[in-house]
Design a protein around this ligand. Structure first.
Ligand SMILES: *Cc1c(COP(=O)(O)O)cnc(C)c1O
Length: 408
């Protein structure tokens, strides 16, 4: 028996995270299931950005680099992301984008393993990670990137030529969650360094980078963390590597004395050596506002509700004969549910017209992200009900649902 809408309303009434919904400004009548791609707008963000623009920039001008904490902000925000990823202070900075940060940490990892030439990554990874691995190995002579057909091939390919392994903690398409602790251990026993991409797990579940002994990690802040479109990413470098690690984008913000304007590069000690350029202050300010919300959230409660929401959605859609591409085992699931349908693209477009916003990933996956801070149980019920109606009525066959935009 699947649950009724009334039963879902009862779950919302006792939900310990229900109060967080008021922290977000979501349009009336929208069920937003794409917070795994672009998180919703926190109510406090526009005011904070306006303050930075009008007061810190407009009124205080260049003095704000010192007086408003702009110069330190990549470290300050990194320190605030630390608890979300299980990192003790001094190991996370906020800067650049995930792709750029992966370039920096992957190059650093290869330099820490001279004599080893291979980077392993998963064939099904978010492609930018693979493109960056190609870019880095293309620059470092003799190195190469090798793709794992599936994660089950890891041990077979993990030989003594592997310098680094790059994996996504949660798969962007299927939502599969990998065992960070066990895999990190296997990789390190083989003498390689472990780099995790946590784009789809940060803010969705507790992450324990320190406890798992991870070497490097990268992640973005515009998905579950709600930092805003194109908000700056972060990177983590375990303290034990910071002295020896060197990264190739040796810009002035990573210099030991940026305002001495010396002609030669001398990196900061510590995580700061992974900075490159002037931080984008408006993006950093928006992220700061969204982290105010995260500081009040208990990640264990977030994880518990995330699993309850995804369980509920699976329970409601499975009887409709839809193939669930996401692991049914909760221990192996992130915070999204992907359903296979050969006409997934127009079906998602028809749902969007009904106010249920999910997305589509080629070739046949309809993706629905469940963000526990602003999605409730009745939302899940309504989304599943709309999906059933769209499929039963065949309304998705209409011509207008088959035109594709640049972004799917
Ligand atoms: C979203 C995402 C990215 C984004 O990369 P950017 O360089 O920030 O655009 C990278 N990797 C994964 C796994 C992602 O999900």
């Amino acid at each position: 028996m699947t649950r009724t809408r009334e039963e879902c309303a009862a779950l919302d009434a006792t939900d310990p995270l229900a109060g967080f919904r008021a922290e977000f400004s979501l349009p009336e009548g929208i069920v937003y299931l794409d917070g795994n791609s672009l998180g919703a707008l926190p109510v406090r963000t526009p005011g904070r950005v306006r303050e930075v623009v009008e007061a810190e920039w407009g009124r205080d001008l260049i003095r704000s680099w010192n007086d408003a904490g702009w110069f330190e902000l990549p470290h300050t925000l990194g320190g605030r992301i630390g608890p979300l990823v299980g990192a003790a202070p001094g190991q996370v900075v906020v800067c650049d984008t995930t792709s750029v940060n992966l370039f920096k940490v992957l190059a650093a990892a290869l330099r820490l393993r001279p004599g080893r030439r291979t980077v392993l990554a998963e064939q099904t990874a978010f492609p930018t990670d693979l493109y960056i691995a190609e870019g880095v190995t293309g620059l470092l002579e003799g190195t190469r990137s090798v793709l794992l057909p599936t994660i089950a091939d890891l041990d077979r390919l993990l030989d003594d030529d592997v310098a680094a392994v790059v994996l996504s903690h949660v798969d962007y398409r299927t939502g599969e969650l990998l065992d960070m602790d066990g895999i990190t251990d296997r990789v390190q026993r083989a003498g390689a360094l472990m780099i995790w991409d946590v784009c789809h797990s940060v803010g969705a579940l507790p992450i324990e980078l320190d406890a798992c002994g991870v070497d490097f990690a990268v992640g973005c802040t515009y998905k579950y963390l709600n930092g805003g479109p194109g908000s700056p990413a972060f990177l983590y470098v375990a303290e034990r590597h910071q002295a020896a690690a060197a990264q190739p984008l040796s810009g002035w913000f990573g210099h030991a004395r940026p305002f001495a304007f010396e002609p030669g590069y001398e990196p900061l000690t510590g995580i700061g050596k992974f900075l490159t350029s002037s931080p984008s202050m408006l993006g950093q300010a928006a992220l700061g506002a969204s982290l105010d919300v995260w500081e009040k959230a208990d990640l264990r409660a977030v994880r518990a509700k995330s699993l309850a929401l995804t369980d509920l959605f699976i329970e409601l859609v499975e009887p409709r004969g839809l193939e669930v591409a996401t692991p049914l085992d909760a221990d192996r699931r992130g915070s999204q549910v992907a359903l296979r349908h050969p006409d997934g693209y127009p079906v998602v477009q028809a749902l969007i017209e009904r106010g249920v916003i999910g997305d589509f990933r080629a070739p046949d996956l309809m993706r629905f992200g469940f963000t526990p801070l602003y999605v409730g149980y009745q939302d899940v019920w309504d989304a599943a009900n709309h999906l059933a109606e769209v499929l039963e009525s065949g309304e998705w066959r209409a011509e207008r649902f088959n035109r594709r935009g640049a972004v799917t």
